[in-house]
Write a protein that binds this ligand. Structure first.
Ligand code: AMP
Length: 400
């Protein structure tokens, strides 16, 4: 079985063709500058097939982008499948499913309408996801399509976790609540953690730390998300590459009044000029921060410390929320690669049974237990694979 996974943005589209049963990747790539000039990248994973790297392909709309993907996949010389019939289904990443979708779903006209109703909750992302779905439907009539939502995994949170202490009417009338994001990643690594520990998901209390350019933490109790750090939008929770994370809302009024900023200008600062980049005045990239900190840059060191400190606080908070923790998972760009941040997070957590193995913590990019043999709480390094999770969900749904 082959599943085409599509992650459509407003001017770009990532894709992978993979086998959900074996996890084998057949090809992956990227369409960029859709609606501008169009750049197409195709990376077949089979021996003897040639990569196309950012070549010019006219892409006035997402339709031409998806057509380029399909043409490349079935190309006589460099393709990885014989015909489009070998694509059994398409799994689409959709950012926001609101309260309507607690799991992945086969796309029907009713589902499309319900996804469109979620557009106001993710105005930058959902409309682009919908354009990608419609373009695929037009080019691949008869191929089942599945929507996999970033928010769905967190729909199991109890009201005390997802409600804000705002007037209740804002929830009832306006759907203002915590939704959480990165759900596909948290679900995938939680499942892998159970497999690594030889336990059923229902038996485990996990703190899943997805630390990348965007970062979020989830408390996963018995296989279900019971709390998460991102909120109504992905701006909440941890400080990130350029996002501020949680802060006192009173700061907005103070700075907006003082500098005559409107709310869009303020939010631009909170989304794009804050986080570790804003704090360090160096970079949003943790490799740059580490280099700068090693060269004595105090602000870069502070940014690393602030980030790790906030992660540590969430670990403690979620252990309290769940009444314990069996394993802490590190995933995504920083979580998978940055041994320094992992060590800073775990340092001082010995009292709750967390003991990192310094040698094992040097590992990166593969599934590893990085806690000491006698650590009560296991610490796991698990590379995330959102595309495989999307492909597996898609396969499960089309198989019924
Ligand atoms: P992601 O959003 O998951 O793709 O993560 C991207 C981020 O991971 C980058 O901005 C870097 O901050 C971080 N990253 C990637 N590779 C490394 C590495 N080798 N060491 C430290 N941080 C890394």
């Amino acid at each position: 079985m082959n599943i085409l996974v599509i992650n459509a943005g407003s001017s770009s589209l990532k894709y992978q063709l993979l086998n959900p049963e074996t996890g084998d990747l057949l090809a992956k790539g990227l369409c960029e500058r859709i609606g501008i000039d169009g750049k197409f990248t195709y990376k077949p994973q089979l021996a003897g097939k040639e990569t196309l790297d950012a070549i010019d392909v006219a892409m006035p709309t997402h339709s031409e982008a998806i057509q380029a993907v399909l043409d490349a996949l079935v190309d006589a010389k460099n393709g990885v499948i014989g015909s489009m019939k070998e694509i059994d289904a398409v799994g689409h990443r959709v950012v926001h499913g609101g309260e309507k979708f607690a799991s992945s779903v086969l796309i029907t006209d009713e589902v499309m309408a319900a996804i469109e109703e979620c557009n106001p909750l993710a105005p930058l992302h959902n409309p682009a996801n919908i354009i990608g779905i419609k373009a695929c439907q037009a080019l691949m009539p008869g191929t089942p399509m599945v929507a996999v939502f970033d928010t769905a995994f967190h729909q199991t949170m109890p009201p005390k976790a997802y409600m804000y202490a705002l007037p209740y009417a804002y929830y009832e009338n306006d759907k203002v609540r915590r939704y959480g994001f990165h759900g596909t990643s948290h679900k995938y690594v939680s499942g892998r953690a159970a497999a690594m520990l030889g336990k059923k998901p229902e038996e485990l209390k996990l703190v899943s730390c997805h630390l990348g350019n965007g970062s979020s933490i989830a408390a996963v109790d018995g296989g279900k998300s019971v709390d998460t750090s991102m909120g109504f939008t992905p701006l909440a929770g941890l400080p990130m590459g350029t996002r501020a994370g949680d802060l006192d809302a009173g700061i907005l009024q103070y700075l907006m009044n003082k500098y005559g900023m409107n709310i869009d200008e303020m939010l631009n600062i909170l989304n794009k000029k804050s986080g570790v980049e804003g704090l360090s005045c160096v970079s949003s990239d943790f490799r740059d921060l580490e280099n700068a900190a090693n060269s004595g840059d105090e602000k870069a060191k502070l940014a690393e410390e602030k980030f790790a400190y906030e992660v540590k606080k969430y670990v403690g908070a979620y252990a309290a929320a769940m009444g314990g923790v069996d394993a802490i998972i590190f995933t995504a760009g920083v979580g998978e690669n940055d041994k320094g941040i992992r060590a800073m997070v775990c340092e001082g957590l010995e009292y709750m049974g967390v003991k990192l193995d310094a040698e094992a913590n040097k590992g990166r990019g593969k599934e590893l237990v990085i806690s000491a043999a006698d650590s009560k709480v296991k610490v796991l390094l698990i590379p995330t694979n959102e595309e495989l999770m999307i492909a597996q969900d898609t396969a499960a749904i089309v198989k019924g």
